[in-house]
Design a protein around this ligand. Structure first.
Ligand code: HEM
Length: 396
Protein backbone atom coordinates (compact mmCIF):
# COMPACT_ATOMS: atom_id res chain seq x y z
CA UNK A 1 0.00 0.00 0.00
CA UNK A 2 1.11 3.58 -0.64
CA UNK A 3 3.48 5.26 1.79
CA UNK A 4 3.05 9.03 2.25
CA UNK A 5 5.87 10.33 4.44
CA UNK A 6 4.80 13.96 4.43
CA UNK A 7 1.01 14.02 4.65
CA UNK A 8 -0.33 10.75 5.92
CA UNK A 9 -3.38 12.10 7.70
CA UNK A 10 -5.59 13.37 4.89
CA UNK A 11 -9.14 12.02 5.23
CA UNK A 12 -10.71 12.35 1.79
CA UNK A 13 -14.18 11.56 3.14
CA UNK A 14 -14.10 14.19 5.89
CA UNK A 15 -16.59 17.02 5.41
CA UNK A 16 -14.41 19.23 7.64
CA UNK A 17 -11.44 18.70 5.31
CA UNK A 18 -13.49 19.65 2.24
CA UNK A 19 -15.11 22.56 4.10
CA UNK A 20 -11.80 24.23 4.90
CA UNK A 21 -9.61 24.99 1.89
CA UNK A 22 -8.31 21.56 0.70
CA UNK A 23 -6.23 23.00 -2.14
CA UNK A 24 -2.84 22.92 -0.37
CA UNK A 25 -3.29 19.19 0.22
CA UNK A 26 -4.63 18.59 -3.30
CA UNK A 27 -1.66 20.41 -4.82
CA UNK A 28 0.68 18.30 -2.68
CA UNK A 29 -1.11 15.13 -3.83
CA UNK A 30 -0.81 15.99 -7.52
CA UNK A 31 2.95 16.47 -7.07
CA UNK A 32 3.76 13.67 -4.62
CA UNK A 33 0.99 11.08 -4.42
CA UNK A 34 -1.33 11.41 -7.43
CA UNK A 35 -3.05 8.21 -6.32
CA UNK A 36 -3.45 8.75 -2.56
CA UNK A 37 -4.68 5.99 -0.25
CA UNK A 38 -6.29 7.46 2.88
CA UNK A 39 -7.01 4.08 4.48
CA UNK A 40 -10.49 3.82 2.99
CA UNK A 41 -10.41 5.10 -0.57
CA UNK A 42 -7.98 6.12 -3.34
CA UNK A 43 -7.90 9.85 -4.16
CA UNK A 44 -7.34 10.51 -7.87
CA UNK A 45 -5.96 14.05 -8.04
CA UNK A 46 -4.49 14.53 -11.54
CA UNK A 47 -6.63 15.68 -14.46
CA UNK A 48 -5.30 12.97 -16.81
CA UNK A 49 -6.06 10.21 -14.29
CA UNK A 50 -9.56 11.57 -13.55
CA UNK A 51 -10.30 11.41 -17.28
CA UNK A 52 -8.66 7.99 -17.69
CA UNK A 53 -10.81 6.49 -14.91
CA UNK A 54 -13.98 8.18 -16.22
CA UNK A 55 -13.29 6.79 -19.71
CA UNK A 56 -12.91 3.21 -18.55
CA UNK A 57 -16.20 2.11 -16.92
CA UNK A 58 -15.38 -1.58 -17.48
CA UNK A 59 -12.52 -1.28 -14.99
CA UNK A 60 -13.93 1.54 -12.85
CA UNK A 61 -17.62 0.96 -12.22
CA UNK A 62 -20.43 3.18 -10.88
CA UNK A 63 -22.51 0.20 -9.80
CA UNK A 64 -21.14 0.18 -6.23
CA UNK A 65 -22.42 3.74 -5.76
CA UNK A 66 -20.91 7.18 -6.27
CA UNK A 67 -20.14 7.77 -2.61
CA UNK A 68 -17.00 6.32 -1.04
CA UNK A 69 -18.73 5.08 2.09
CA UNK A 70 -22.17 3.88 1.01
CA UNK A 71 -23.73 1.62 -1.60
CA UNK A 72 -25.75 2.29 -4.75
CA UNK A 73 -29.27 3.63 -5.15
CA UNK A 74 -31.55 2.65 -8.03
CA UNK A 75 -30.72 5.67 -10.22
CA UNK A 76 -28.71 6.02 -13.42
CA UNK A 77 -25.65 7.57 -11.78
CA UNK A 78 -25.23 4.32 -9.81
CA UNK A 79 -25.49 2.10 -12.90
CA UNK A 80 -23.12 0.94 -15.66
CA UNK A 81 -23.86 0.60 -19.37
CA UNK A 82 -25.85 -0.86 -21.03
CA UNK A 83 -28.52 -0.43 -18.30
CA UNK A 84 -27.29 3.11 -17.59
CA UNK A 85 -27.36 4.04 -21.27
CA UNK A 86 -30.94 2.82 -21.69
CA UNK A 87 -32.10 4.77 -18.62
CA UNK A 88 -30.20 7.87 -19.71
CA UNK A 89 -31.79 7.81 -23.16
CA UNK A 90 -35.23 7.94 -21.56
CA UNK A 91 -34.42 10.77 -19.14
CA UNK A 92 -32.58 12.61 -21.91
CA UNK A 93 -35.94 13.17 -23.64
CA UNK A 94 -36.39 15.98 -21.11
CA UNK A 95 -32.97 17.53 -21.83
CA UNK A 96 -32.86 17.81 -25.63
CA UNK A 97 -31.01 20.91 -26.88
CA UNK A 98 -34.29 22.37 -28.13
CA UNK A 99 -36.11 21.83 -24.83
CA UNK A 100 -33.28 23.53 -22.93
CA UNK A 101 -32.95 26.40 -25.45
CA UNK A 102 -36.68 27.07 -25.31
CA UNK A 103 -36.44 27.80 -21.59
CA UNK A 104 -34.29 30.91 -21.90
CA UNK A 105 -37.22 33.37 -21.71
CA UNK A 106 -38.65 31.54 -18.67
CA UNK A 107 -35.24 31.61 -16.94
CA UNK A 108 -34.85 35.34 -17.64
CA UNK A 109 -38.31 36.04 -16.22
CA UNK A 110 -37.50 34.01 -13.10
CA UNK A 111 -34.17 35.89 -12.67
CA UNK A 112 -36.06 39.20 -12.92
CA UNK A 113 -38.56 38.08 -10.28
CA UNK A 114 -35.69 37.08 -8.00
CA UNK A 115 -33.93 40.43 -8.45
CA UNK A 116 -37.26 42.29 -8.05
CA UNK A 117 -37.66 40.83 -4.56
CA UNK A 118 -34.52 42.66 -3.38
CA UNK A 119 -34.14 45.52 -5.89
CA UNK A 120 -35.61 48.28 -3.71
CA UNK A 121 -33.71 47.16 -0.59
CA UNK A 122 -30.23 47.90 -1.88
CA UNK A 123 -28.78 44.91 -0.01
CA UNK A 124 -29.34 41.18 0.32
CA UNK A 125 -27.72 37.83 1.01
CA UNK A 126 -26.44 36.71 -2.38
CA UNK A 127 -26.60 33.03 -1.42
CA UNK A 128 -30.20 32.86 -0.21
CA UNK A 129 -31.81 35.77 -2.06
CA UNK A 130 -30.12 35.40 -5.48
CA UNK A 131 -28.29 32.09 -5.98
CA UNK A 132 -30.52 29.55 -4.23
CA UNK A 133 -33.95 30.49 -5.67
CA UNK A 134 -33.10 30.10 -9.39
CA UNK A 135 -32.26 26.38 -9.56
CA UNK A 136 -34.92 25.62 -6.96
CA UNK A 137 -37.67 27.38 -8.96
CA UNK A 138 -36.51 25.81 -12.24
CA UNK A 139 -36.40 22.29 -10.84
CA UNK A 140 -39.62 22.85 -8.91
CA UNK A 141 -41.35 23.91 -12.15
CA UNK A 142 -39.84 20.90 -13.93
CA UNK A 143 -41.03 18.44 -11.32
CA UNK A 144 -44.51 19.92 -10.93
CA UNK A 145 -43.95 21.42 -7.46
CA UNK A 146 -46.38 24.23 -6.57
CA UNK A 147 -44.70 27.56 -5.64
CA UNK A 148 -45.92 27.30 -2.04
CA UNK A 149 -44.22 23.87 -1.71
CA UNK A 150 -40.76 24.98 -2.93
CA UNK A 151 -39.44 25.52 0.59
CA UNK A 152 -40.44 21.95 1.41
CA UNK A 153 -38.66 20.74 -1.74
CA UNK A 154 -35.51 22.59 -0.62
CA UNK A 155 -35.65 20.90 2.79
CA UNK A 156 -36.11 17.43 1.27
CA UNK A 157 -33.29 18.02 -1.19
CA UNK A 158 -30.98 19.27 1.56
CA UNK A 159 -31.76 16.31 3.84
CA UNK A 160 -31.18 13.75 1.09
CA UNK A 161 -27.96 15.36 -0.11
CA UNK A 162 -26.64 15.46 3.46
CA UNK A 163 -27.38 11.73 3.78
CA UNK A 164 -25.02 11.05 0.88
CA UNK A 165 -22.19 12.18 3.14
CA UNK A 166 -22.65 8.92 5.06
CA UNK A 167 -23.35 10.56 8.44
CA UNK A 168 -25.85 8.25 10.33
CA UNK A 169 -27.61 11.26 11.86
CA UNK A 170 -28.37 12.59 8.38
CA UNK A 171 -29.47 9.18 7.12
CA UNK A 172 -32.42 9.12 9.55
CA UNK A 173 -33.51 12.62 8.49
CA UNK A 174 -33.15 11.65 4.83
CA UNK A 175 -35.46 8.65 5.21
CA UNK A 176 -38.27 11.03 6.23
CA UNK A 177 -37.38 13.38 3.38
CA UNK A 178 -37.41 10.55 0.87
CA UNK A 179 -40.87 9.47 2.09
CA UNK A 180 -42.14 13.04 1.79
CA UNK A 181 -40.71 13.50 -1.70
CA UNK A 182 -41.92 10.11 -2.85
CA UNK A 183 -45.53 10.79 -1.73
CA UNK A 184 -45.48 14.21 -3.38
CA UNK A 185 -44.01 12.91 -6.65
CA UNK A 186 -46.48 10.01 -6.71
CA UNK A 187 -49.37 12.49 -6.92
CA UNK A 188 -47.63 14.56 -9.62
CA UNK A 189 -46.87 11.41 -11.65
CA UNK A 190 -50.50 10.25 -11.49
CA UNK A 191 -51.66 13.67 -12.64
CA UNK A 192 -49.11 13.99 -15.49
CA UNK A 193 -49.84 10.47 -16.75
CA UNK A 194 -53.49 11.31 -17.27
CA UNK A 195 -53.11 14.99 -18.25
CA UNK A 196 -49.61 15.87 -19.47
CA UNK A 197 -48.38 19.45 -19.29
CA UNK A 198 -45.36 21.23 -20.69
CA UNK A 199 -42.99 20.16 -17.89
CA UNK A 200 -40.17 17.67 -17.41
CA UNK A 201 -42.24 15.30 -15.25
CA UNK A 202 -44.77 14.97 -18.10
CA UNK A 203 -41.95 14.27 -20.58
CA UNK A 204 -40.47 11.62 -18.27
CA UNK A 205 -43.88 10.00 -17.64
CA UNK A 206 -44.49 9.59 -21.39
CA UNK A 207 -40.92 9.07 -22.69
CA UNK A 208 -40.53 5.88 -24.69
CA UNK A 209 -37.35 4.43 -26.24
CA UNK A 210 -37.42 1.09 -28.11
CA UNK A 211 -40.75 0.27 -26.46
CA UNK A 212 -39.29 0.88 -22.97
CA UNK A 213 -40.73 3.41 -20.48
CA UNK A 214 -39.76 4.56 -16.99
CA UNK A 215 -41.80 2.69 -14.37
CA UNK A 216 -43.08 4.34 -11.20
CA UNK A 217 -40.02 3.64 -9.05
CA UNK A 218 -37.69 4.76 -11.85
CA UNK A 219 -39.64 8.01 -12.21
CA UNK A 220 -39.29 8.67 -8.48
CA UNK A 221 -35.54 7.97 -8.38
CA UNK A 222 -34.56 9.69 -11.62
CA UNK A 223 -36.54 12.82 -10.71
CA UNK A 224 -34.85 12.70 -7.30
CA UNK A 225 -31.44 12.53 -8.99
CA UNK A 226 -32.35 15.62 -11.00
CA UNK A 227 -33.37 17.40 -7.80
CA UNK A 228 -30.23 16.59 -5.82
CA UNK A 229 -27.98 16.92 -8.90
CA UNK A 230 -29.19 20.27 -10.10
CA UNK A 231 -30.20 22.33 -7.09
CA UNK A 232 -27.27 23.00 -4.75
CA UNK A 233 -24.70 22.57 -7.52
CA UNK A 234 -25.99 25.46 -9.60
CA UNK A 235 -26.53 27.56 -6.45
CA UNK A 236 -22.89 27.19 -5.42
CA UNK A 237 -21.57 28.19 -8.84
CA UNK A 238 -23.71 31.35 -8.84
CA UNK A 239 -22.51 32.31 -5.34
CA UNK A 240 -18.88 31.13 -5.59
CA UNK A 241 -18.53 32.49 -9.14
CA UNK A 242 -20.29 35.69 -8.06
CA UNK A 243 -17.78 36.21 -5.26
CA UNK A 244 -14.86 35.82 -7.68
CA UNK A 245 -16.15 38.32 -10.26
CA UNK A 246 -17.07 40.84 -7.56
CA UNK A 247 -13.73 40.35 -5.83
CA UNK A 248 -11.88 40.80 -9.15
CA UNK A 249 -13.77 44.02 -9.80
CA UNK A 250 -12.05 44.76 -13.11
CA UNK A 251 -13.51 41.52 -14.50
CA UNK A 252 -17.01 42.48 -13.32
CA UNK A 253 -16.65 45.92 -14.97
CA UNK A 254 -15.48 44.32 -18.21
CA UNK A 255 -18.66 42.22 -18.25
CA UNK A 256 -20.87 45.25 -17.48
CA UNK A 257 -19.34 46.89 -20.58
CA UNK A 258 -19.49 43.72 -22.69
CA UNK A 259 -22.03 41.09 -21.56
CA UNK A 260 -20.84 38.71 -24.29
CA UNK A 261 -17.96 37.93 -21.89
CA UNK A 262 -20.39 36.15 -19.57
CA UNK A 263 -20.27 32.87 -21.52
CA UNK A 264 -16.52 32.49 -20.91
CA UNK A 265 -16.89 33.75 -17.34
CA UNK A 266 -19.40 30.98 -16.60
CA UNK A 267 -16.85 28.34 -17.66
CA UNK A 268 -14.25 29.88 -15.37
CA UNK A 269 -16.78 29.97 -12.51
CA UNK A 270 -17.50 26.28 -13.08
CA UNK A 271 -13.78 25.43 -13.11
CA UNK A 272 -13.10 27.55 -10.05
CA UNK A 273 -16.03 26.46 -7.88
CA UNK A 274 -16.41 22.82 -9.00
CA UNK A 275 -19.38 22.31 -6.63
CA UNK A 276 -19.41 18.49 -6.91
CA UNK A 277 -16.21 17.74 -5.04
CA UNK A 278 -15.88 14.11 -6.03
CA UNK A 279 -17.53 11.01 -7.44
CA UNK A 280 -16.55 7.43 -6.56
CA UNK A 281 -15.84 4.50 -8.84
CA UNK A 282 -15.10 0.90 -7.78
CA UNK A 283 -12.36 -1.20 -9.40
CA UNK A 284 -13.88 -4.31 -11.01
CA UNK A 285 -10.48 -6.07 -11.32
CA UNK A 286 -6.97 -5.69 -9.87
CA UNK A 287 -5.34 -2.92 -11.89
CA UNK A 288 -2.52 -0.36 -11.98
CA UNK A 289 -3.00 3.40 -12.03
CA UNK A 290 -0.56 6.24 -11.39
CA UNK A 291 2.10 3.75 -10.31
CA UNK A 292 -0.16 2.20 -7.65
CA UNK A 293 -1.76 -1.23 -7.46
CA UNK A 294 -5.53 -0.97 -7.06
CA UNK A 295 -7.29 -4.07 -5.76
CA UNK A 296 -10.62 -5.25 -7.18
CA UNK A 297 -13.42 -3.86 -5.02
CA UNK A 298 -11.49 -0.82 -3.78
CA UNK A 299 -13.11 2.55 -4.36
CA UNK A 300 -11.49 5.55 -6.01
CA UNK A 301 -12.57 9.17 -5.55
CA UNK A 302 -12.31 11.42 -8.61
CA UNK A 303 -11.13 14.70 -7.07
CA UNK A 304 -12.63 17.19 -9.55
CA UNK A 305 -11.46 20.41 -7.78
CA UNK A 306 -7.91 19.07 -7.97
CA UNK A 307 -8.18 18.12 -11.65
CA UNK A 308 -9.50 21.62 -12.33
CA UNK A 309 -6.39 23.19 -10.74
CA UNK A 310 -3.93 20.80 -12.39
CA UNK A 311 -0.94 22.87 -13.48
CA UNK A 312 -0.21 20.32 -16.24
CA UNK A 313 -3.44 21.41 -17.97
CA UNK A 314 -4.34 24.92 -16.79
CA UNK A 315 -1.85 27.75 -17.05
CA UNK A 316 -1.55 29.55 -13.70
CA UNK A 317 -4.48 27.48 -12.35
CA UNK A 318 -4.96 29.54 -9.18
CA UNK A 319 -5.65 32.71 -11.18
CA UNK A 320 -9.38 33.40 -11.73
CA UNK A 321 -9.67 34.69 -15.29
CA UNK A 322 -12.92 35.10 -17.23
CA UNK A 323 -10.83 35.17 -20.45
CA UNK A 324 -9.25 31.76 -19.84
CA UNK A 325 -9.06 29.79 -23.08
CA UNK A 326 -8.96 26.88 -23.53
CA UNK A 327 -10.90 25.96 -20.40
CA UNK A 328 -11.56 22.26 -20.68
CA UNK A 329 -12.60 21.75 -17.05
CA UNK A 330 -14.22 18.62 -15.61
CA UNK A 331 -16.75 20.30 -13.30
CA UNK A 332 -19.48 18.32 -15.09
CA UNK A 333 -17.45 15.09 -15.01
CA UNK A 334 -16.38 13.19 -18.11
CA UNK A 335 -17.39 10.15 -20.12
CA UNK A 336 -20.60 8.18 -20.08
CA UNK A 337 -22.00 9.85 -16.93
CA UNK A 338 -21.16 13.41 -18.10
CA UNK A 339 -23.72 15.71 -16.47
CA UNK A 340 -27.07 15.43 -18.20
CA UNK A 341 -28.10 18.87 -16.93
CA UNK A 342 -24.99 20.75 -18.09
CA UNK A 343 -26.72 22.82 -20.80
CA UNK A 344 -29.53 23.82 -18.45
CA UNK A 345 -27.05 24.74 -15.69
CA UNK A 346 -24.92 26.77 -18.14
CA UNK A 347 -28.03 28.59 -19.39
CA UNK A 348 -29.21 29.40 -15.86
CA UNK A 349 -25.75 30.72 -14.95
CA UNK A 350 -25.39 32.87 -18.07
CA UNK A 351 -28.86 34.42 -17.83
CA UNK A 352 -28.58 35.12 -14.09
CA UNK A 353 -25.30 37.00 -14.55
CA UNK A 354 -26.61 38.87 -17.61
CA UNK A 355 -29.57 40.11 -15.55
CA UNK A 356 -27.41 41.01 -12.54
CA UNK A 357 -24.93 42.95 -14.68
CA UNK A 358 -27.73 44.88 -16.38
CA UNK A 359 -29.95 45.53 -13.39
CA UNK A 360 -27.45 45.83 -10.50
CA UNK A 361 -24.25 47.02 -12.20
CA UNK A 362 -22.78 48.49 -9.00
CA UNK A 363 -23.36 45.29 -6.99
CA UNK A 364 -20.53 44.88 -4.47
CA UNK A 365 -19.39 42.66 -1.64
CA UNK A 366 -20.04 43.88 1.91
CA UNK A 367 -17.18 41.87 3.39
CA UNK A 368 -13.70 41.56 1.90
CA UNK A 369 -13.13 38.15 3.49
CA UNK A 370 -14.18 35.10 1.45
CA UNK A 371 -17.30 33.44 2.98
CA UNK A 372 -16.89 30.08 4.68
CA UNK A 373 -17.83 26.80 3.01
CA UNK A 374 -20.30 24.24 4.21
CA UNK A 375 -18.39 21.33 5.76
CA UNK A 376 -19.60 18.64 3.36
CA UNK A 377 -17.68 15.97 1.47
CA UNK A 378 -19.83 15.82 -1.68
CA UNK A 379 -21.44 19.12 -2.69
CA UNK A 380 -20.20 22.21 -0.92
CA UNK A 381 -20.35 26.00 -1.22
CA UNK A 382 -20.96 29.26 0.66
CA UNK A 383 -23.61 29.50 3.34
CA UNK A 384 -23.97 33.29 3.24
CA UNK A 385 -22.60 36.24 1.22
CA UNK A 386 -23.86 39.78 2.02
CA UNK A 387 -23.90 42.22 -0.94
CA UNK A 388 -25.15 45.78 -1.53
CA UNK A 389 -26.09 47.95 -4.52
CA UNK A 390 -27.92 51.17 -5.35
CA UNK A 391 -31.64 50.51 -4.78
CA UNK A 392 -33.44 50.21 -8.08
CA UNK A 393 -36.97 49.87 -9.43
CA UNK A 394 -38.65 46.52 -9.95
CA UNK A 395 -39.52 45.44 -13.50
CA UNK A 396 -42.22 42.86 -12.74
C1 HEM B 1 -23.41 23.70 -12.03
C2 HEM B 1 -24.27 22.72 -11.95
C3 HEM B 1 -23.94 21.26 -12.07
C4 HEM B 1 -22.74 20.61 -11.89
C5 HEM B 1 -21.39 21.20 -11.54
C6 HEM B 1 -22.99 19.19 -12.14
C7 HEM B 1 -22.03 18.20 -12.07
C8 HEM B 1 -22.26 16.85 -12.36
C9 HEM B 1 -21.26 15.82 -12.27
C10 HEM B 1 -19.80 16.03 -11.84
C11 HEM B 1 -21.85 14.65 -12.63
C12 HEM B 1 -21.19 13.26 -12.69
C13 HEM B 1 -20.44 13.11 -14.01
C14 HEM B 1 -19.52 11.92 -14.08
O1 HEM B 1 -19.61 11.01 -13.23
O2 HEM B 1 -18.73 11.89 -15.03
C15 HEM B 1 -23.24 14.94 -12.92
C16 HEM B 1 -24.16 14.00 -13.32
C17 HEM B 1 -25.50 14.29 -13.49
N1 HEM B 1 -26.11 15.53 -13.40
FE1 HEM B 1 -25.20 17.29 -13.04
N2 HEM B 1 -24.32 19.03 -12.43
C18 HEM B 1 -24.93 20.27 -12.41
C19 HEM B 1 -26.25 20.56 -12.69
C20 HEM B 1 -27.19 19.63 -13.04
C21 HEM B 1 -28.56 19.94 -13.36
C22 HEM B 1 -29.15 21.36 -13.43
C23 HEM B 1 -29.18 18.76 -13.59
C24 HEM B 1 -30.61 18.48 -13.96
C25 HEM B 1 -31.57 19.37 -13.93
C26 HEM B 1 -28.19 17.70 -13.44
C27 HEM B 1 -28.42 16.35 -13.62
C28 HEM B 1 -27.45 15.37 -13.62
C29 HEM B 1 -27.74 13.96 -13.88
C30 HEM B 1 -29.10 13.35 -14.18
C31 HEM B 1 -26.51 13.28 -13.79
C32 HEM B 1 -26.27 11.77 -13.96
C33 HEM B 1 -25.87 11.47 -15.39
C34 HEM B 1 -25.53 10.00 -15.62
O3 HEM B 1 -25.33 9.24 -14.67
O4 HEM B 1 -25.47 9.62 -16.82
N3 HEM B 1 -27.00 18.27 -13.11
N4 HEM B 1 -23.46 16.31 -12.76
Amino acid sequence: MADHPVRDTINLVSGAWWGTNPHDDLTWMRANAPLYWDGQVWGVSRYADVKAVSKDPDTFSNAQGIRPDSGPMPMMIDMDDPAHFQRRKLVNRGFTPKRVRDREAEIRAVCDQIIDRVAERGECDFVWDIAAPLPLIMIGNDLGVAPEDRQQLLEWSDAMLCALTGDPEHVARAAGAFGGYSDYATKVIADRKSSPRDDLMSVLCHAEVDGDQLDHQELIFESLLILIGGDETTRHVISGGGWQVLHHRDQWEQMVADPSLVTGAVEEMLRWVTPIKNMARAATVDTELGGQHIEAGQKLLLLYPSANRDEAVFEDPFRFDIHRSPNDHVAFGFGTHFCLGNSLARLELRVMFEQLLTRLPDLELVEAEEPSYRAANFVSGYESMPVRFTPTATVG
